[in-house]
Design a protein around this ligand. Structure first.
Ligand SMILES: C[S@@+](CC[C@H](N)C(=O)[O-])C[C@H]1O[C@@H](n2cnc3c(N)ncnc32)[C@H](O)[C@@H]1O
Length: 307
């Protein structure tokens, strides 16, 4: 459910800060975020799709917007795609988790800065890449944010964002979620899992705010317009994940109905492998052939013109 159309930008940003601060500690477990080979492979694939290829490219100074606990950026640092990372987020709680994970992974060269996307506290032309995952849909004034992304980029620098909900996908996601909840009792009996005592949505203090944090779901044309109006060239907008995402939402719905430690490893392996198999069908067969608007997630990239 999106934020109310009458919500002010200040209210939306305040709710995002409080909701994500409250969610930070459980965020990685809730979304199955991985900082090993699996996470790195997933993130690399997203960046390749957003940019239309990577070809061994490395970015010296990279700025992440809405970095959360570091799913996108810490995996890219580990892959060597990014040398110096500045991770930003409106939620200081998320950044504290990111810094803790970076320390556990023994990663150097990482700076965290709590800031909102519409007003960045960085000098003009400071970065080679401005990027993010699942963040644009939370930002009230995207024209202003894109102007900031361009200002802080060096001439010839790139922006790349992935994981943005498409309007179509957002509506479609309700179906597998509902189906998952419907079959959850039978699924728990089948695999011998225990019913969750406290519903997942109520486990973090911020659950009451969940319906107010999203501001946009995009049509590809909305993102193309942002790039064009923002003065970016080499503009790309694509879609990803159809079958895998529908299956993934269904899996999340059934799994969230059970106590996590009562879900067997065998099931988790099956769930993961089936998701990856469907992702391969999406990537190899559907994404190159179907229009972007049909997919759950949109990816976008562009280049700041060289001086
Ligand atoms: C859905 S989470 C994604 C986090 C991370 N990128 C990931 O993929 O796991 C969205 C993140 O955007 C941040 N955020 C929300 N509104 C923001 C804004 N106006 N400026 C900067 N960050 C914002 C939230 O605090 C949260 O960490």
């Amino acid at each position: 459910m999106p934020a109310s159309p009458t919500a002010t930008p200040e209210h939306i940003k305040d709710v995002n800060t409080r909701y994500h601060d409250a969610a930070a500690e459980e965020y990685d477990a809730k979304w199955g975020i991985d900082f090993g080979d699996i996470g790195q492979r997933q993130v690399r694939l997203k960046l390749v799709k957003a940019l239309g290829g990577l070809d061994g490219r490395r970015f010296g100074d990279a700025l992440e917007i809405g970095s959360g606990t570091g799913y996108f950026s810490l995996n890219l640092v580990q892959l060597g795609v990014i040398e110096h990372l500045t991770a930003t987020d409106i939620s200081p709680g998320m950044l504290r988790r990111l810094a803790a994970t970076a320390a556990t992974l023994d990663l150097d060269g990482i700076t965290t800065v709590a800031t909102e996307a519409e007003e960045l506290p960085f000098a003009d032309e400071s970065f080679d890449l401005v990027f993010g995952h699942a963040v644009l849909h939370h930002i009230p004034d995207l024209d202003r944010a894109f102007a900031e992304f361009k200002r802080v980029l060096r001439p010839g620098g790139m922006i790349a964002f992935a994981g943005e909900p498409s309007r179509h996908g957002d509506r479609l996601a309700a179906l597998p979620k509902r189906a998952g909840l419907l079959v959850a009792p039978a699924w728990r009996r089948l695999i011998g899992a225990r019913r969750r005592a406290v519903p997942e949505a109520e486990q973090s203090g911020g659950h009451a705010l969940e319906g107010e944090v999203d501001v946009h779901a995009f049509a590809p044309a909305d993102l193309r317009k942002l790039l064009r109006d923002g003065g970016f060239e080499d503009r790309r907008v694509g879609g990803e994940e159809l079958l895998s995402n529908a299956w993934g939402w269904g899996l999340r719905a059934v799994e969230s109905s059970a106590e996590p430690e009562s879900v067997s490893l065998r099931w988790r392996r099956f769930a993961f492998r089936s998701y990856i198999a469907l992702q391969k069908v999406d990537t190899g067969l559907l994404e190159p052939r179907l229009p972007a608007e049909l997919f759950y997630n949109l990816l976008v990239s562009g280049r700041k013109p060289a001086a």
